[in-house]
Design a protein. Structure first.
Length: 107
């Protein structure tokens, strides 16, 4: 039976956060680069689906406006936000000086 407390885990790993130690312990060699590349690929796939969903939302909002529904404008605004989420978040990170935390999505 393993009896390890969280405080003993937190104090180990030479001052590194415990979660980073646990994640990088599973990788070999260039673990940080592989992890970043994996997150970039997942982010690219997510943004691809988000862009398609946003375009469809804009289209349905325009169709609702053409039928006289005033709620179509909200659909268009929501579609623009969904489709442009990557650019919006990248800009916000850059504005607040956190551009080092922005990942480049890859496909």
């Amino acid at each position: 039976m393993i009896t390890t407390t969280f405080s003993s885990l937190a104090s180990s790993s030479a001052g590194k956060p415990v979660f980073a130690t646990l994640i990088f312990a599973q990788t070999t060699g260039g673990g940080a680069a592989q992890l970043t590349q994996g997150f970039g690929l997942a982010l690219g796939v997510m943004f691809l689906f988000g862009f398609i969903w946003g375009v469809l939302k804009i289209w349905s909002g325009a169709n609702a406006i053409s039928k006289g529904d005033p709620d179509g404008k909200a659909g268009i605004i929501a579609g623009i936000i969904i489709a442009g989420a990557a650019a919006i978040m990248g800009a916000l990170f850059a504005i607040f000086g956190l551009s080092g935390g922005v990942l480049t999505p890859s496909f």
